[in-house]
Design a protein around this ligand. Structure first.
Ligand SMILES: [Zn+2]
Ligand SMILES: [Zn+2]
Ligand SMILES: [Zn+2]
Ligand SMILES: [Zn+2]
Length: 751
């Protein structure tokens, strides 16, 4: 009996695999990377061929020695980390570090963690892909060089502690440039004219004015931008009789979208489920790594989620066709299965993201899944099945109407056959509509005029990016890869370069400053086509067309020069300057950023003038000072009015006469003290060491206190009156503060 050791990177995946395979297979998890560049130093030797100083990650020695021991006992080692470049790197580094004899080592790629998928992969083992590993290392080195070499320049010129990154700088640029477009946009009013007409049968149709005499009206070029002219036409139209001059009916077909790849999954989950890309990937990973399905055992429910391939295995297509025929009937099944072509450069060995079992319906699966998992599974399932269904057939009608010198038009659309739309339609970023259904109409028919409507419109600037649209443009421009979109979006927010409000990305003044600086001093780094080419070059290392050293030298030599020039430059770079004046000393005000309170306005005459204020941005991007909000309380020291202030330890109430009077009051959270018989409220306080905490306003009679922010949601487990809000990397949670209970529940970020 051959003994095999399987190495994967995730404990859940290890558990799923060990439940599927017999016990002569030992499965160990490395818990992610075990060897990596140390965080505290550059660790790329720019003098000696860009050698990387890879080291065992602190805390990973134990796992490595476990793997080493198991490897000695095993006849063969199967490296089954994820089928992408990170997975390849994990595998290769473990084998190299432990010096496992090459002939014992095999690489297996689990595109799906199902019995069939695993057995098939084990029957066709390959060797670790050294070139793919090289490509991963080159990417790591280049990102390292940018992060560790360019960031210090930003510290010197912009703000300490901030950082630059390769792909995210381009993403930031998209957001900043869009903001500039929006700020520079001057909107114009224009008017649309509609005749409401009856055609014998309901509904009343709404025909739009498209021409006056031989002159076209409408479109971006021929807008009616004169209101008095619009009203004149309205008056004339009211006197004219309307008749149909032409009816055009056309059949149109629409095909389903291809099955998901990483970028399209992230976009559609953002539109339909309001998931961030990060959350989508986290949940997809859970579905890939395995879910316990009761009696059916533990199995992965979807194929690998980091992919740019549209390929679908024949088995899966057959499964989908059986399911379509069963649920919708043969009319919904195309004669030949649909095949989707990959875009250039996609990894063909991979598959699209699809259910591993197309016959496991979302409804059945939902019994074993949590809410988010069930919703994402349903989306993936429907998209995949729809991608193998027939076209939807539409009937599009366009009716032309003449009223004296005025030409009008109305378009309508009816669905003749639903096809794939019976199951799924891709979400849209903007509202477009094929038109309403129309009553039957024919050429020459006279229509009865009900009314003529003049509608005022305003031209709109391009919209700010959302998760879906930013991922879309990154993918279109070739910036980043399936494994990086989510991290890129996350990073620019974490660094306070952009903030997300109402699901849209706004650059902060800091983000704008960093972008302006990078554009002027490191133009290559933020150049879209340069970055796209860089990604291609990194891919071509994996294909053997380019070497590690070539790629790094070509990239780093000019970068080093740019860094030197930037560091020698004695000019100070001022960011965040506004056109507003300091009310105290008339110097211009500047937007600054603090880690705790975010953006605020400060006098550019600091430290001589210490004026600061909160501010708001108007829709036209101009900046308005926000007066400090007055509160009801009076100062306990001088009885003056008090205002809400932002302090370093959070918000508080202070005397308006500050700095002459230093009277303050604690700020209430509005949450009642849960202590029995206590009528106090929990207020924001600061400990002697300066840490914010929440204590009872009846102190010292009541000593109830919490470190975390209280909310007035009672604990569903023990009934305690308050819970506390905790934000972790996995999201936001409400936690019961009682030590005996500690009940924890996730706050649904989509609400
Ligand atoms: Zn000032
Ligand atoms: Zn006072
Ligand atoms: Zn109390
Ligand atoms: Zn509790």
């Amino acid at each position: 009996m051959t003994k095999s050791l399987i190495i994967v990177e995730s404990p859940t995946k290890a558990k799923t695999i060990s439940r599927i395979l017999p016990k002569e297979y030992e499965v160990l998890s490395s818990n992610g990377h075990v060897i990596d560049l140390p965080a505290k130093e550059l660790a790329v030797d720019t003098e000696k061929g860009f050698t990387l100083k890879n080291m065992v990650i602190p805390g990973k020695r134990k796992i490595l020695s476990q793997i080493s021991k198991a490897a000695k006992d095993a006849d063969r080692i199967l490296l089954a980390s994820d089928p992408d470049r990170e997975g390849e790197a994990i595998a290769v580094m473990i084998v190299r570090h432990l010096k496992i004899p090459e002939e014992k080592v095999f690489r297996v790629l689990f595109h799906e963690i199902t019995k069939k998928g695993i057995l098939k992969a084990i029957e066709n083992p390959g060797r670790p892909d050294e070139l793919k590993f090289e490509a991963q290392q080159a990417r790591r080195a280049i990102d390292r060089l940018v992060g560790y070499k360019v960031s210090p320049v930003l510290w010197k010129k912009i703000k300490r502690g901030i950082s630059a990154g390769r792909v995210q700088s381009v993403a930031l640029r998209f957001v900043c440039e869009r903001e500039k477009e929006i700020c520079a946009f001057s909107s114009e009013d224009y008017w649309l004219i509609f005749s409401h007409l009856e055609a014998g049968r309901p509904p009343v149709i709404k025909a739009r004015l498209v021409s006056v005499g031989s002159k076209r009206v409408g479109g971006t070029k021929n807008r009616l931008s004169d209101e008095s002219r619009a009203l004149e036409i309205q008056a004339q139209l009211r006197k004219e009789s309307h008749s149909i001059t032409d009816v055009q009916v056309k059949k149109a077909r629409r095909s389903p979208a291809p099955p998901f790849i990483t970028s399209t999954l992230q976009q559609d989950a953002a539109r339909k489920l309001r998931f961030t890309a990060k959350r989508t990937m986290m949940i997809a990973q859970q579905l890939y790594e395995g879910v316990a399905l009761g009696k059916a055992g533990t199995t992965g429910l979807i194929t690998y989620m980091r992919t740019d391939s549209l390929r679908v295995s024949d088995d899966a297509i057959e499964g989908a066709r059986r399911e379509i025929a069963r649920v919708f009937g043969p009319d919904y099944l195309p004669k030949v299965p649909r095949a989707y072509r990959n875009r250039k450069g996609a990894q063909d060995a991979h598959e699209a993201i699809r259910p591993t079992n197309p016959e496991l319906s979302p409804k059945t699966a939902a019994q074993y899944l949590d809410k988010d998992q069930a919703r994402l599974y349903e989306l993936i399932f429907k998209r995949f099945l729809a991608s193998q269904m027939v076209d939807t057939i539409l009937e599009k009608t366009r009716v032309s109407i003449q009223a004296g010198p005025f030409g009008l038009q109305v378009a309508g659309q009816v669905t003749v056959f639903k096809g794939f739309t019976a199951l799924y339609e891709e979400g849209k970023d903007d509202e477009t509509n094929g038109g309403p259904s129309l009553p039957p109409m024919k050429k020459g028919q006279e229509l009865t005029l009900v009314d003529v409507e003049v509608e005022k419109k305003t031209t709109q600037p391009p919209p700010r990016f959302m998760e879906a649209t930013l991922i879309k443009i990154l993918e279109e421009k070739g910036i980043g890869r399936p494994s990086t979109y989510a991290a890129t979006l996350d990073t620019i927010q974490k660094r306070n370069y952009v903030i997300k409000e109402q699901r849209r990305f706004f650059p902060t003044a800091l983000g704008m400053g960093v972008n302006d600086y990078l554009v002027s001093k490191f133009p290559r780094l933020v150049n879209v086509s340069f970055t796209a080419e860089m990604e291609d070059q990194l891919d071509s290392i994996a294909g053997g067309d380019k070497t590690y050293i070539e790629t790094l030298t070509e990239f780093y030599d000019p970068l080093e020069e740019e860094i030197d020039i930037a560091l020698e430059d004695s000019e100070t770079f001022i960011w965040g300057l506004t056109d507003k004046q300091c009310p105290k000393c008339q110097k211009p005000l500047q937007i600054k950023m603090s880690g705790k309170t975010g953006e605020f306005l400060a006098c550019s005459g600091y430290p001589e003038c210490k004026f600061t204020s909160n501010f708001e941005r108007a829709p036209d991007c101009s900046i308005e000072l926000v007066r400090e909000k007055e509160v009801e309380e009076r100062c306990p020291q001088c009885d003056s009015p008090m205002v809400l202030r932002q302090g370093r330890g959070g918000p508080f109430i202070g005397c308006v006469r500050y700095p002459e009077c230093r009277g303050t009051l604690p700020l209430s959270t509005g949450v009642h003290c849960p202590e029995e018989g206590c009528g106090g409220e929990l207020v924001v306080k600061r400990s002697r060491k300066g840490r914010t905490f929440y204590g009872c306003s009846s102190y010292p009679e009541c000593k109830y206190a919490l470190w975390d922010e209280p909310v007035s949601t009672p604990c569903p487990e023990c009934g305690h009156g308050v819970m506390t809000r905790k934000v972790t990397r996995d999201g936001e949670f409400l936690v019961c503060p009682r030590k005996e209970c500690k009940h924890r529940m996730q706050v649904d970020a989509s609400d």
